[in-house]
Design a protein around this ligand. Structure first.
Ligand code: ZN
Length: 275
């Protein structure tokens, strides 16, 4: 389908803060700070593996989960200290792999954050099974664009179109409320992309500091080596619902989580706007 021309209002830097963003920023308690800093300070943050702690609204260990507002800017690990692990699963090239992750969550209570690309039919195929998990909060959703382009290569209107089309898809398919989370395809983003995502209602750019490495086809051994390297307390780890390998090691992944006494959480368990 053509993505051109589906957005009536161009997203320009000078455009007034729109209602959705205003509400989100108010909810996040950062409107004053955002206006004071100017969005120009949403500078490019490369995909970091450093475990760097990120700025506004970083939790202290005493703050219970789910009460920290979503930060304006980039996150790549969970805030504070603890034993939480945020498993995030992207794309959805394979309907079978999305179905397997959905079954895994339903069968085990594992908490997951999906970053779907709506262009893949896997999400509509599995929507009936996923919807109750989304409604209960066991599965959270973030926006990963409609068709997974490198956003830095697109002009402002096309970036906004990719994000808006997917935002509407997630709302229509899962009945989900607004999600603050945005993950740029390939981790490719800069201050301009971040600003447009925020204008589209996603103030928080959810990067990662651990990876299963499964954006390419791995052997089960290679995938588990990645998991052993990266599954750690307060990590945001990225995986993909694209290739079947991961579905062959679900039991091993769960055993590793148990062995390390990690508690899986969704990003929305950690960062949730007050109601
Ligand atoms: Zn992706």
């Amino acid at each position: 389908m053509s993505l051109a021309g589906t957005r009536a209002v161009p997203l320009l830097a000078s455009r007034p803060v729109d209602r959705r963003r205003f509400v989100l920023l108010m909810a996040a308690g950062v409107l004053g700070a955002a206006v004071g800093r100017g969005t120009a300070e949403l500078v490019e943050d490369p995909p970091s593996r450093s475990g760097r702690q990120l700025r506004p609204a970083a939790a202290t260990p005493t703050q219970p989960p789910g009460t920290v507002p979503p930060p304006l800017g980039v996150v790549d690990r969970l805030p504070g200290e603890g034993s939480r692990l945020a498993l995030t699963v992207d794309d959805g090239v394979s309907s079978d792999v999305v179905a397997a992750f959905t079954d895994l969550a339903a069968d085990t209570g594992l908490r997951l954050t999906f970053f779907p690309n709506g262009c893949y039919r896997s999400w509509t195929d599995n929507a009936p099974a996923l919807r109750p998990l989304v409604e209960s909060g066991q599965v959270a959703l973030g926006n990963h664009t409609w068709s997974h382009p490198d956003l830095r290569a697109l002009d402002d209107a096309a970036v906004a179109d990719e994000i808006e089309t997917n935002r509407r898809f997630l709302a229509d398919t899962f009945g989900a409320g607004e999600t603050p989370f945005f993950r740029p395809p390939f981790g490719s983003h800069d201050g301009r992309v971040d600003r447009i995502a925020a204008d589209c209602g996603h103030p928080t750019v959810a990067m990662w500091n651990g990876t299963l490495g499964d954006d390419r086809v791995l052997t089960p051994g290679e995938l588990m080596a990645s998991a052993r390297r990266w599954f750690a307390a307060q990590s945001i780890t990225i995986g993909h619902a694209n290739h079947a390998t991961v579905t062959t090691v679900f039991n091993e992944l769960r055993a590793l989580i148990d062995e390390r006494a990690l508690e899986t959480v969704t990003l929305a368990d950690v960062w949730a706007a007050p109601h």
